[in-house]
Design a protein around this ligand. Structure first.
Ligand code: SAH
Length: 229
């Protein structure tokens, strides 16, 4: 296992090069065995810092990007987190290493099933995998301290904004399908930050920050892009 240990630390170095400074995030990247989340034929590329195909036209995200999103979510050990787009399950386990509870939702049942199997037995804590349209969130476990979306949507889905706890963060790539997108963070103001009685206008209730240019597969669903046959 010496080889793979060395390679895992390469991903940590790469995340640092992308500007990730949160030591807990870097440690999480160094603990999650990415090799176990990629198809066997790509095992040798698991510790290259790039996206890889996982089937059904989808990809496991680039580790440095997973690290940037986890850092942007500003997680604490007791946080309850929703991930939208389980894919391989890799990102969910990185989030789990940083938070108290993680639910990940995937619209493609075959991927959800594989993710579920890949997520078992790492000793980093349980992750709940559910199947459904993540643009509707997962109201059963709301509110969330953070919601991390791993596919790009045209706008932040209203149900996700609504399922944030006060002070909660929604981290999501926004932009056109397969075009130039930006990683955005929407932070719901805490009770102490809202001066008015709150007329519900999103401009007041959420702080919007544009973080970095990114490229993600499309978020498909009721509050995302329309699906293709
Ligand atoms: N976090 C994943 C990245 C997967 S790529 C990983 O670490 O491997 C994005 C995933 O989002 C794909 O699996 C895609 O099927 C899924 N997806 C797209 N739209 C979705 C939606 N509305 N709800 C849930 N999952 C969605």
């Amino acid at each position: 296992m010496r080889g793979s240990t060395r390679q895992l630390s390469d991903l940590v170095d790469q995340a640092r090069r992308y500007g990730v400074r949160d030591e807990a995030v870097l440690e999480a990247i160094g603990r999650v065995p990415r090799q176990q989340f990629v198809p066997r034929r790509f095992a040798l590329a698991a510790y290259d810092d790039g996206p890889l195909p996982i089937g059904e036209g989808q990809t496991i995200s680039q580790p440095a990007m997973v690290a940037m999103m986890a850092e942007a979510a500003r997680l604490s050990p007791h946080d309850c987190v929703l991930e939208v787009g389980a894919g391989s399950g890799y990102g969910a386990l990185v989030l789990r290493a940083l938070a108290g509870r993680v639910v990940t939702i995937e619209r493609r049942p075959a991927l959800a099933e594989k993710a579920q199997a890949a997520l078992e037995g790492h000793g980093l804590g349980d992750v709940t995998v559910v199947v459904g349209d993540g643009t509707l969130g997962w109201p059963e476990e709301a509110p969330y301290d953070a919601i991390v979306v791993t596919a790009a949507g045209p706008a932040p889905p209203t149900p996700l904004l609504e399922q944030l706890a006060p002070g909660g963060r929604l981290v999501i790539p926004i932009g056109p399908r397969y075009g130039h997108q930006h990683l955005m963070r929407y932070t719901r103001r805490g009770q102490q930050d809202t001066h008015s009685g709150g007329n519900g206008s999103p401009g007041e209730e959420y702080r919007e920050e544009r973080l970095t240019p990114v490229r993600f597969v499309p978020l498909i669903g009721t509050h995302g892009f329309p699906g293709r046959k």
